[in-house]
Design a protein around this ligand. Structure first.
Ligand code: SF4
Length: 275
């Protein structure tokens, strides 16, 4: 079997920087004999979280989950009130929020009528909703009924939202006469990985997407391959590769923005070994 990789896959700059800040914080905490904590999942990757936890870092969700120490904020950020609660409880903060998400937070803070277009419960969307007062969440065209006529809404989209779904929501908003001003766009890293995958597909008989099912941009890559009509599988480890995948002569292997290269290479080796 031949395995080919696209021109862009795996760690984006935001994830690379977050992992590097977490590693540095871990060393500092060890020197100062402090606990080193992670606010939620640093990035949506079990492989990355396992590696950080093996260094002694502990994942927490609220101040009462640990004695105060050095707290690393995840790449998808933290709602303002929760950040304050950690600081008030005595935690030192290492902010690993991706600059793209920080920019979205600032857009919300400076907007008078902010709307977030994103998936309810997603960590980045929780951060955005917690970055201003009265922020309205729109997840689908149905949610547009939450908006009122005559208000100059400004919309900030989740960085990994589906581009076709965003276009459909904006078109429907226009039809209904809301026409919110879109202040940002989905993250270029998501675009690049999707475009590179589309270029790869004509030369492949199957696509493997490496990454975590909890990672939105990974699932988007998988959906993109399925929409283009090619057999495709989402795998989180070499052991996850389904038997069927080994029957294809040429496999395209890509990876979500939070998937470490060590995992991509171990999946590649197993595919090339053919078992
Ligand atoms: S995908 Fe974009 S927004 Fe998300 S962490 Fe990477 S660079 Fe930041």
């Amino acid at each position: 079997m031949r395995v080919i990789l696209p021109s862009a896959y795996g760690f984006c700059s935001g994830v690379r920087s977050a992992v590097s800040k977490a590693m540095k914080a871990s060393r500092e905490a060890e020197e100062r004999a402090l606990p080193c904590l992670l606010y939620g999942d640093l990035v949506h990757s079990r492989a990355v979280m396992d590696e950080l936890c093996a260094l002694g870092m502990v994942r927490i969700d609220e101040p009462s989950d640990s004695d105060p120490g050095i707290l690393v904020i995840r790449a998808h950020g933290i709602p303002d009130e929760e950040r304050k609660a950690f600081i008030d409880a005595g935690y030192g903060i290492v902010d690993a929020t991706c600059p793209v998400v920080l920019h979205s937070q600032n857009l919300i803070r400076s907007s008078t009528h902010p709307v977030v277009i994103g998936h309810e419960g997603h960590s980045e969307v929780r951060t955005l909703l917690g970055s201003g007062e009265g922020v309205i969440l729109v997840e689908s065209e149905n949610d547009l009924e939450k908006l009122e006529k005559g208000i100059p809404y400004e919309a900030v989209v989740q960085t990994t939202f589906s581009i076709p779904d965003l276009a459909a929501i904006m078109a429907k908003a226009g039809e209904l006469g809301f026409d919110p001003r879109l202040l940002n766009d989905v993250c270029p890293a998501s675009h690049q990985r999707r475009d590179a995958l589309s270029e790869l597909i004509p030369g492949c008989s199957c696509i493997i997407v490496a990454g975590d099912p909890g990672s939105r941009n990974t699932v988007e890559l998988w959906e993109c391959a399925k929409d283009l009509g090619i057999p495709s599988f989402l795998v989180s480890s070499p052991e996850d590769i389904p038997e069927e995948a080994f029957s294809f002569p040429v496999v395209g292997l890509t990876a979500g923005a939070s998937c470490p290269d060590t995992l991509v290479q171990s999946i590649r080796r197993r595919l090339e070994d053919g078992r």
